[in-house]
Design a protein around this ligand. Sequence first.
Ligand SMILES: Cc1ncc(COP(=O)(O)O)c(C=O)c1O
Length: 382
Amino acid sequence: MHSQPAFTCKRHLFDIPADVTYLNAAYMTPILAEAAQAGAQAVAGKLQPWNTAVPDFFDPPQRACALMAEMIGAAADDIALIPAVSYGMAIAARNLPVAAGQKIIVLADQFPSNVYPWQQLARGCGAEVITVARPDNGDWTMGLMAAIDQDTAIVACPQAHWTDGSKVDLVRVGEACRKYGAALVLDLTQSLGVMPFSVRDVDPDFMIVASYKWLLGPYSYGFIYVAPRHQGGVPLEEGWISRRGSDNFARLVDYQPDYLPGAGRFNVGERSNFMLTPIILHALETLNDWGVAAIADYLATLTDRMADRAASLGMRVADKAHRSPHLIGLTFRGAVPEGLTASLAAQKIYVSVRGNSIRLSPHVYNEAGDVDRLFSALGKLI
Ligand SMILES: Cc1ncc(COP(=O)(O)O)c(C=O)c1O
């Protein structure tokens, strides 16, 4: 019997100068250096398209869907490409029935791309958006379970709250949704790639994710998982490439009534996205190779270290049981000291502030030394 080698810091695969401590993955991650090279090559190809091999419209985006499917335990056909979470949410909102008097449940302070579509949908049909209050100890699951009942049409939530990483037990929420016949729509932009998730365990109706944060992908590139029960639904657009037989360029005006199989009809136009696709392919291959569970375990050692150090400075953090491995909020007893992020940035330490908390979000390029550097700077500033 042989065990897996321990996961180690991957900083050497990124272009991060030695004096930079970047703890802001929840805002935007750097892409892998090799992915940047692949993207640069794709950009160069467009300088002189007559000198470049005919680009492949079909296989690379299909491969991106297959890699996403591998990450979440789905079939490649269950995945479509989208440019933004808002686009994916519009697909979900268009395809879920809601009746007057029913409830759509969201979390307090949820990211707006997963709130506005529900407000709009509710307004249009006399339903109500119900907001689960922020729990003191970070336990969103309890509040969600209490809110879901026979009047619930949709639960729209994340796995880790974008402001402080407090987590939601999606397996339990999925069970409650099935029990009451409610639909489950997930925005996993702040957790997928660094927190294990499987559609087999949760059975969401739609799962939506932007790739430019934890998936180490480019901006304007995301994915939607569409449960097989919704794959006959209505797409947002009627592009040529989402129809069956679109790979036969000579017959494109033999207009086709049929869509691509599975979730194919939901793809955004120009999904071939020649410049960005090489970047996401490299990123997803790398993350799948490392394994999400191994990444999560590694990042939890960093956030645990942050939690210990924060407690010694008198800051509050969510209980470990309700924290996600990769994203942690340190709450000040009073207001965040004036100019804190700017003072840290002047020392090349990068974090975010949300409300009266510092939001720390390490990824695979961080190590214990980054945590120590941050806290030694914080100790002098507060
Ligand atoms: C939880 C979450 N969802 C979605 C987004 C981005 O949304 P969109 O792709 O609609 O711009 C962000 C960006 O910070 C986010 O934190």
